[in-house]
Design a protein around this ligand. Structure first.
Ligand code: PNW
Length: 511
C-alpha cells in the first residue's frame, strides 16, 4: 500500500516540477566557472572634481548649476563620491568584493577640454591611467564606457546628438581613447543607454540637456548615435583590434513590456520595438535598419500631419550595412518591467506629434509590484527572464553582458530588499542560462551610492553606502556587499546565506 502512496506522491512532485507550478528554488545553484562578476559606476555620478586639472564643463555641470535648480534638493556632481581623489579606495572595495571587473566611464570633457583632439589634457589622462593601472595591479579588468551621458557643453551648444557632425566628433574622441588606454583596456562599451540620451535628453526633458521636442529630436538622435557608435566600432575593429585584442559593443537599456492581456500583445511588441528595438534591430537583427513598425508608423503619421517626409530619418542602404553587426556582445542594462495596452487616440492625452503618439500605447506598472525608492523601479524578475529569452530567439543567441542591474533604497546598511532583488534576478539569469542563453558577465549597479541624475543623491543604488556629510565621502559596505561577495566567491546562489556584518569585510587572499 505504502508504495502506492509513494508512487502518487512522486508523480505529483514530478508533475508540479515539470509544469513549473512549483520551481525547486531552495537548492543552491551554481554559475559556470567562467562567468564574470563586476560592479559599475559612471564618471559624472562619482568623480566630482568638476572644474579641476583642466576639465571643462559638460551638460550635467551646466544643468546641475542651473538656477532655479532642476535637480532634486539642488544637488550637483561637483564633489559627488570624490572618486577623482579616492580611486584607490574604490579599487580596494572591488578587491574586498573579489570582483573580476570594474565597469566605469570616461569623462570626455576631462580628456578633451575643447571637446576635440587638438588638446589632450594630461592630468585627466593621468587620472584614468592611475585608475586602470591600480585595477590591473590586482587583476581586475577595466571595462570602460566611452560615453555615459556627460557630453561636453560646447558640443551641446552645437546641437549635441541631433547634429550629424557628432558622428565624427565621437569617432575622433574614440580614437584618442583607444590610443591612450587600449594597450590595457580589453573591454569597451561605446554608448551607455542611447534610449536615455535621446528620448529623455531630447524628447521628454527628463535628463540633460532636458529638451522637450518629442517626435522629432529624439529620432534625429537615434540615427546619429547609432552611426557614431558604428563608426567607433569600425575604427576599433579595423585599426586597433588586431594589435590590442579587445572586444567592443554598445549598452542598451531594456525594459520588459508585458501586454496587459492577450489582446494587447501587438501593442506590447510595438512598445518594445520603439523603446529598445530601435537600437537592437539595426545592430543585432539579420536585416538591420530601424524596426519596420517604426518606419511604417512614423511615415504614415508624418504624412497625415502634413510633414513633407517621415519624422524618422532614414538610413541609406550603406548606412544599414555600416551599423549591422557592430557589437561583439549584447550589453544589457535591466531594472524593471511595465504593462502595456493599446491606445490609438491622442485625445489630449499626448501631444501630437510625439513618440508616445507614434507608438500608440499606454504603459503603467502593476500597483501590486514591490517598489524600490525610484518610482519607476518595480521588482519583476520574470521580466528579465522574458527579455533574455527574446534576445536569444530574435537575435540568434548573442553573447550577453549584463552591464547593469540593481535596486534603489533611501539609504541604510541593512538593505535586505536589495539583497532579495539581486538573488531573485540572478535566479532567472540562471534559468535563462539553463535554457541556452549565452550570458558571460553580470554587473551590479552600483559599486557605491552616486549622483542619481535628476534625483541627486536621494536614491541610493550602492553596494557600499557613501556618507555625503564626510569630506572624504567615506564608503561603508552594506549587507548586499557581503552577500554579493559570497555569490562571487562561491559562484553559487544560496538564498539562505546570512552574512555576519559585525565582522569587517576584508580582502581575501589573491585579491
Ligand atoms: C541607468 N528610468 O539609468 C544608468 O545607466 C545609470 O547611470 C543610473 O544610475 C541607473 O540606471 C539607475 O537609475 C536610468 O527612469 C535612469 O527609467 C533612469 C531610468 C532608467 C535608467
Amino acid at each position: 500500500m505504502i508504495w502506492l502512496y509513494q508512487l502518487v506522491f512522486y508523480g505529483v512532485c514530478f508533475y508540479l516540477a515539470e509544469s513549473k507550478i512549483v520551481k525547486p528554488r531552495q537548492e543552491t545553484r551554481k554559475f559556470p566557472d567562467g562567468m564574470l562578476f563586476g560592479a559599475a559606476t559612471a564618471a559624472y555620478q562619482i568623480e566630482g572634481a568638476w572644474n579641476v586639472d583642466g576639465k571643462s564643463e559638460n551638460i550635467w555641470d551646466r544643468l546641475s548649476h542651473q538656477e532655479p535648480c532642476v535637480i532634486k534638493e539642488c544637488h550637483t556632481g561637483d564633489i559627488a563620491g570624490n572618486s577623482y581623489y579616492s580611486y584607490k579606495r574604490d579599487v580596494e572595495m572591488l578587491r574586498e568584493l573579489g570582483l573580476d571587473f570594474y565597469r566605469f566611464s570616461l569623462s570626455w570633457s576631462r580628456i578633451l577640454p575643447t571637446s576635440f583632439p587638438d588638446k589632450i589634457n594630461a592630468k585627466g589622462v593621468q587620472y584614468y591611467n592611475n585608475l586602470i593601472n591600480e585595477l590591473l595591479k590586482y587583476n581586475i579588468q577595466p571595462m570602460v564606457t566611452l560615453y555615459h551621458w556627460d557630453l561636453p557643453q560646447k558640443l551641446q551648444d552645437l546641437g549635441g546628438w541631433t547634429n550629424p557632425l557628432i558622428i565624427d566628433w565621437f569617432t575622433d574622441y574614440s580614437r584618442v581613447v583607444f590610443e591612450l588606454f587600449g594597450d590595457r583596456v580589453k573591454y569597451w562599451f561605446t554608448i551607455n543607454e542611447a534610449r536615455q540620451i535621446c528620448y529623455e535628453g531630447y524628447g521628454t526633458g527628463g535628463l540633460a540637456p532636458m529638451y522637450n521636442i518629442s517626435g522629432y529630436a529624439e529620432y534625429l538622435c537615434y540615427k546619429n548615435i547609432l552611426l557614431a557608435h558604428a563608426k567607433a566600432y569600425h575604427l576599433y575593429n579595423d585599426e586597433y583590434r588586431s594589435k590590442q585584442g579587445g572586444i567592443i559593443g554598445i549598452v542598451t537599456f531594456v525594459t520588459w513590456y508585458e501586454p496587459e492581456s492577450e489582446e494587447h500583445s501587438e501593442a506590447a511588441e510595438d512598445m518594445r520595438q520603439f523603446d529598445w528595438g530601435v537600437y537592437a534591430n539595426p545592430i543585432f537583427s539579420k536585416k538591420g535598419d530601424f524596426p519596420q513598425v517604426m518606419k511604417d508608423r512614423i511615415a504614415l503619421k508624418s504624412m497625415a500631419q502634413g510633414f513633407p517626409r517621415s519624422r524618422l530619418p532614414q538610413f541609406t542602404p550603406e548606412e544599414v550595412e555600416l551599423v549591422k553587426g557592430t557589437s561583439d556582445f549584447f550589453g544589457l542594462n535591466h531594472y524593471t518591467t511595465s504593462l502595456v495596452y493599446r491606445n490609438e487616440s491622442v485625445n489630449g492625452y499626448y501631444v501630437s506629434p510625439s513618440q508616445s503618439d507614434d507608438v500608440g500605447v499606454i504603459t503603467y506598472k502593476d500597483s501590486s509590484w514591490e517598489s524600490a525608492a525610484s518610482s519607476w523601479l518595480k521588482v519583476v524578475p520574470w521580466g528579465l527572464y522574458k527579455i533574455l529569452t527574446k534576445i536569444r530567439e530574435d537575435y540568434d543567441n548573442p553573447p550577453i553582458f549584463i552591464t547593469e542591474n540593481g535596486f534603489s533604497t533611501l539609504g541604510g546598511l541593512e538593505d535586505d530588499r536589495r539583497v532579495a532583488y539581486y538573488r531573485n534576478y540572478l535566479d532567472v539569469i540562471l534559468d535563462a542560462m539553463e535554457e541556452g542563453s549565452d550570458i558571460r558577465a553580470y554587473t551590479a549597479w552600483s559599486l557605491m551610492d552616486n549622483f542619481e541624475w535628476d534625483n541627486g543623491y536621494t536614491e541610493r543604488f550602492g553596494l557600499y553606502e557613501v556618507d555625503y556629510e564626510s569630506p572624504e565621502r567615506t564608503r561603508t559596505p552594506r549587507k548586499s556587499a557581503y552577500v554579493y561577495k559570497e555569490i562571487v566567491r562561491t559562484h553559487t546562489l544560496d538564498h539562505h546565506y546570512e552574512p555576519d556584518m559585525s565582522v569587517p569585510i576584508t580582502i581575501d587572499e589573491g585579491h
